[in-house]
Structures are given as C-alpha cells and as structure tokens.
Design a protein around this ligand. Structure first.
Ligand code: FAD
Length: 357
C-alpha cells in the first residue's frame, strides 16, 4: 500500500514525486519510457522544449539549476511574429532557454530519490475507491495488476485518464492537436517564430531551431484536415524564406487551451490533478512547464503540512494560478483577435529591429 500514487512522470508528476520522497511511500508510473532512444515513438513528449522565464523562475524557486546536457543550440533571444493574412512581421525580445525536452524529462526523473517506486512503460487504466484508499489498475508488459494507495494524483497530461474518471462532468478545455515535424535545416535562423494564420488555425504555429534541425509546429483543430493544413503551413513558410530539407520525425500531442477558469479541475474525493491534466497551461502561448512546476510545488507543500482535506486546500492555494490564466485570456484577445493584433503590431509596441547581414 502506497501513501501517494502519481500517474504520469512528466514535469508535474516527477516534481511532486521528488518533493514528497522520504515523507511518504510514493509510487510513480509513466506509460512512456523517457529513457529510450529519441527515435522511439515512446521516447518523449512532443514539445517545443522552450523554457520560458516563468518556468526558469520556478526552477530557481525549487533551488535547481539547469545542466548543460539538456541545452540545444542556438539559444534564442528573439521572437519573430508573422501575421500571414495581414502581411505584418515584428521581432520581440524574449529570453527562452532552448532545450531537448526528452533530456529535460530524464533530468527531472534522475533527481527523484530511490525511495520512490518508479515504473516506466506502465500504463494507468482505471481506479476504484475502496474505504479510504484506491485500488489502481495498471498495465505493464501486457499484464494487468493492481496497486493500492491512499491518495491518487493525476499528472497524466492533456488526455488525462485520471481526470476523466475523477470528474467526468467537469467542463473540459478546448483541445488542439499539436503537430511537430523535425526537418533538416541549418540553424541560421536564431529566433523562435510564431505564425498567425486563420487559414491554418485560430491558435498559432511556430518554428524553433534545434541544432541542425528546425521544428515546424502547429496547434490545429483535431478534426479539420490536420495533414492538409500542416502542408499548407510548410508551403507558406517557404514563401517567407524558410529553407528546410528532409523530415526526420513527426509527432503529435494534445494541447489544452483553458479559455475559462472553470475549465480547470483540481480534483476531488482523494484525487488531485496536476499540470496539464488539471488544465494548467497558458491559453495565450501554450506554455505549460511553469504551470506543471507551480501546481506540483503547491500540492507538495500542502501534503507536507496538512494532508487532511488536501483537495480543498489545493483548490484554494491555486487561486493565484487561476487568476493568472484569467489574465492570460485577456492578453489572448490582443494576440488572436486579428484587428487588435494588427493595431499592436502596426504600432510596433515593444518590438525591436533586427539587422540581417
Ligand atoms: C506540440 C507541443 C509543444 C509544446 N511546447 C512547449 C514549450 O516549448 N514550452 C512549454 O513550456 N510548454 C510547451 N508545451 C506544453 C507542455 O509540453 C505541457 O504543458 C507540459 O509538458 C505539461 O506537463 P505535465 O507534467 O502536466 O504533463 P506531460 O508532460 O504531458 O506528462 C504527462 C505524463 O503522463 C504520462 N501518461 C499519460 N497517460 C498515462 C497513463 N494512462 N498511464 C501512465 N502514464 C501516463 C505520459 O507518458 C507523460 O509522460 C507544448 C505542448 C505541445 C503538445
């Protein structure tokens, strides 16, 4: 019997496991194996791997510095924003850390003390409540078995199975399909590009240089000709002077976009939800790492102090985070409403000039 079972060893789950180790008997399960080779489909989360200033701040708050081994060239200080329909382009100074997401997840896992029972390649199927504990059904190597735990934490990302079972009627955030292709390219473009084009999506598309590759990504409506729209994006990028060669990898994953704070679900009846499973992700930029860390840190602090009634305390202590999502939704209007975006970009507000040699 475990005190806490955490489903999902992404940034949220791995952080919570690390912070609870030694105080509780913790089980951490993850269906993927972030330890396998990058080519393997089960290797890592489909992600841009940009560590935004808020996420950098969270690592500092947790007393962590980033190892050099997770970094990828080039480091980026500029965002190139392209409004395709209105033919406006601007550059903005930003401070991202460009990382290899698979290595980042492995690093987070490597810091978890050995007292935590970690099971990789192990899938959570369902749970049943039993008196004051949970009977948790897991599948590993095609075998189904059961573990017991007093508290169940769903840190299983955008398609959270734990959330679906714990609170099936809770309003769910809009889900986009994030598609990314790794194409061969030289890194002569030292910026992260964001592309706005309603012909492709009402959210956004991006390019991120990664070593000798360029990631081309888009958050697309999952049921509207995903492949056609992605090809359209690539053609439009060529028109903007992007040069790229062979595609070496293509991956996809859901991205949630909580447009109302009511869509965030922190859990109930002995179940807590963390990171994107709860809906913690920026609706304006799809930045999720800082929210994964913040929610894990808040829950860890509560469980370390007052485990009784933790669901209520966790809901209350995440008030600031909900407020933050509310404000990001206001900011979203200035980014995604074409008329407001045009005004912001035309004025050149906070933009900078970039001299190309
Ligand atoms: C295409 C794309 C690009 C993105 N780019 C960025 C970026 O550059 N910067 C940024 O900050 N954010 C980015 N995000 C968002 C960010 O990746 C997520 O918000 C963040 O990873 C959430 O962390 P998490 O720990 O909550 O969930 P996840 O990282 O999704 O981890 C969930 C874990 O749970 C496991 N799991 C799922 N189901 C089960 C199950 N049934 N049983 C066991 N294990 C399970 C998964 O294998 C996974 O390891 C991007 C998202 C996408 C889709």
């Amino acid at each position: 019997m475990y005190d806490v079972a955490i489903i999902g060893a992404g940034p949220a789950g791995a952080t919570l496991a690390r912070l609870l180790a030694g105080r509780y008997r913790v089980l951490l399960v993850n269906k993927r194996r972030p330890t396998s080779s990058p080519e393997s489909n089960s290797a890592g989360k489909c992600c841009g791997g940009l560590l935004a200033p808020d996420a950098q701040g969270m690592l500092s708050r947790m007393g962590l510095g980033l190892p050099k081994s997770v970094l990828v060239e080039p480091q980026l200080f500029v965002v190139r924003a392209i409004d395709v329909q209105q033919r406006i382009e601007r550059y903005y100074q930003r401070y991202y850390i460009n990382m290899d997401r698979r290595k980042f997840d492995r690093w987070l896992l490597s810091m978890i003390p050995s007292s935590v029972d970690i099971r990789l390649g192990c899938r959570f199927k369902s749970y049943e409540s039993e008196n004051d504990s949970f009977k948790i059904k897991l599948v590993q190597n095609n075998k189904t078995y059961v573990e017991h735990a007093g508290i169940l934490v769903g840190a299983d990302g955008a398609s959270s199975r734990v959330r679906k079972q714990a609170d099936p009627n809770h309003p769910f955030p809009k889900a986009y399909l994030g598609v990314q292709e790794w194409v061969e390219a030289d890194s002569k473009l030292p910026y992260f590009s964001t592309i706005f084009d309603p012909e492709i999506t009402d959210y956004y598309c991006w390019t991120i240089p990664k070593g000798n590759h360029l990631i081309i990504g888009a958050a697309l409506h999952p049921r509207r000709d995903v492949f056609g729209r992605f090809e359209l994006l690539k053609n439009k990028l060529r028109d903007y002077g992007f040069r790229f060669g062979k595609t070496t990898r293509r991956k996809g994953a859901f991205i949630l976009r909580p447009v109302k704070t009511q869509e965030i679900c922190t859990g109930k009846n002995g179940v807590a939800l963390l990171g994107e499973a709860a809906g913690w992700i920026s609706p304006s930029s799809a930045e999720g790492l800082s929210y994964a860390f913040k929610s894990a840190l808040i829950l860890a602090q509560i469980l370390r102090k007052t485990p009784d009634g933790f669901e209520k305390h966790y809901y209350q202590k995440t008030r600031q985070l909900r407020r933050n999502i509310f404000l990001k939704n206001i900011k979203s209007h200035f980014i995604y409403d074409p008329r407001l975006r045009k005004i912001v970009m035309k004025t050149g507000f906070k933009s900078m000039e970039v001299y190309k040699s």
